[in-house]
Design a protein around this ligand. Structure first.
Ligand SMILES: *Cc1c(COP(=O)(O)O)cnc(C)c1O
Length: 395
């Protein structure tokens, strides 16, 4: 292909805001588990656009729904109804704890909406004083001001303070510390049942049960952020299913439309009853194109056979990783196809070495290599990835 990569890298240097570190490669297309660059090189994708492309790249079914809906109607705004957003809401409600859905365009937007709804709920039922938020160490909820306020990582927060006041961070999985952090002033507790960006930490069942109990005692709402761990990633449609603890609000996004931007907040009726027209909104959210695609993706992700495949591949990946005797590994953790490998050195050195050998991997904090492949991954891809990872870690 006749593309001048050097020229494009120089363009990136001068035209883009420098908020990302990217390798000097131009990717052109993908198919299934693989993506390709301008030199025709093939890469096995164990990042999936950060846990987004659950059905892999260039899925024919997804492409067909995009093409058909694009020819019919792409956008009208939330001033009007179209059928796709109604059918998508119907499906999300039918297969979850929730009674109602609010649509938005990203994970951070879903978190913003959930925080606002919790504030409205507390104000309506308890008065203006009950505004406190409780979040946890290693949390990641997004980059906008509200979502950042409940994200713990100092490097993400500090350049932008002051953020929303009244946020308490308690140690993740510490039942006693969480219990005392949640008080009568708390309006919401937000937690990822399985933390992603912050290092792939899995909540203990007792921890989530205690959060549920304390929220009920003080009249706070429990928000599960399943933007990364939800929608099949960990082997059940929702991560909370494995815990038998239900939230009041659930945020989802990443894989819902396999790469088109969408987010949603799922909620119990008691939360929806405090909301009224004008309380929150979005120009793009729930448009017919993205909603039609999301409905198609959701129907595939929620199928029992698909979820059984995720569990089988997750178990195989974990078993093979443990058997591989990778050098310099401290701990391997995760659930389903959300797996973190904590290592002795810098995780970024491993992802760079893997990229050079044709494998896309990402990190979760400084010392954790994260594997979040498309959920359509097969055993042969896992074998290939572990072989490359082994070489990369030796290097
Ligand atoms: C990625 C992520 C977000 C933010 O989603 P964006 O779409 O990037 O705004 C929020 N919460 C969790 C758990 C995430 O993994």
């Amino acid at each position: 292909m006749n593309v001048n990569v050097e020229e494009l890298m120089a363009l990136a240097e001068r035209a883009l805001a420098p908020t990302y570190r990217r390798p000097p490669i131009i990717f052109t297309h993908g198919e299934g588990m693989y993506v390709y660059d301008t030199a025709g090189r093939r890469y096995l994708d164990f990042v999936a656009g950060i846990a987004v492309c659950a059905l892999g790249h260039a899925d024919p079914g997804v492409a067909q729904v995009i093409a058909e809906q694009a020819r019919r109607l792409v956008h009208l705004s939330n001033l009007y109804h179209t059928e796709p957003h109604l059918r998508l809401a119907e499906a999300l409600v039918a297969y979850s704890f929730a009674d109602r859905v609010f649509f938005c365009n990203s994970g951070a937007e879903a978190v913003e909406a959930a925080l606002k709804f919790a504030r409205k709920f507390a104000r309506t039922h308890y008065g203006a004083h009950k505004t406190g938020l409780v979040a946890f160490t290693h949390s990641f909820h997004g980059r906008t001001m509200g979502a950042l306020s409940v994200t713990e990582k100092p490097a993400y927060r500090e350049p932008f303070i002051p953020l929303i006041p009244g946020v308490t961070f308690a140690p993740f999985n510490d039942v006693e510390a969480a219990s005392s952090a949640i008080t009568s002033e708390t309006c919401a507790v937000i937690v990822e049942p399985i933390q992603g960006e912050g290092g792939v930490y899995v909540a203990s069942p007792e921890f989530l049960r205690v959060l549920r109990k304390r929220c009920d005692e003080v009249g706070a709402l429990l928000i599960f952020d399943e933007v990364q761990c939800g929608l099949g990633r960990t082997g059940t449609l929702w991560a909370y299913e494995a815990y038998e603890v239900e939230p009041d609000l659930l945020t989802i996004a990443k894989p819902l439309a396999n790469g088109l931007p969408i987010g949603a907040v799922l909620m119990k009726e008691k939360v929806a009853t405090v909301l009224q027209p004008g309380d929150h909104g979005s120009t793009f959210a729930g448009g017919p194109l993205v909603s039609a695609v999301a409905l198609y993706v959701f129907e595939r992700l929620r199928s029992p056979a698909f979820l059984a495949h995720v569990r089988e591949m997750g178990a195989y990946l974990m078993e093979r990783l443990r058997a591989a005797a990778l050098p310099g590994v401290r701990e391997i953790r995760g659930r389903g196809l959300l797996v973190g490998i904590e290592i002795e050195g810098e995780a970024r050195n491993v992802t760079t070495a893997a990229l050079e050998r044709g494998l896309l991997l990402t990190t979760a904090g400084d010392y954790v290599v994260r594997m979040i492949p498309p959920l359509v991954v097969e055993k042969s891809h896992i074998d290939e990835a572990i072989a490359i990872l082994h070489e990369a870690m030796r290097a």
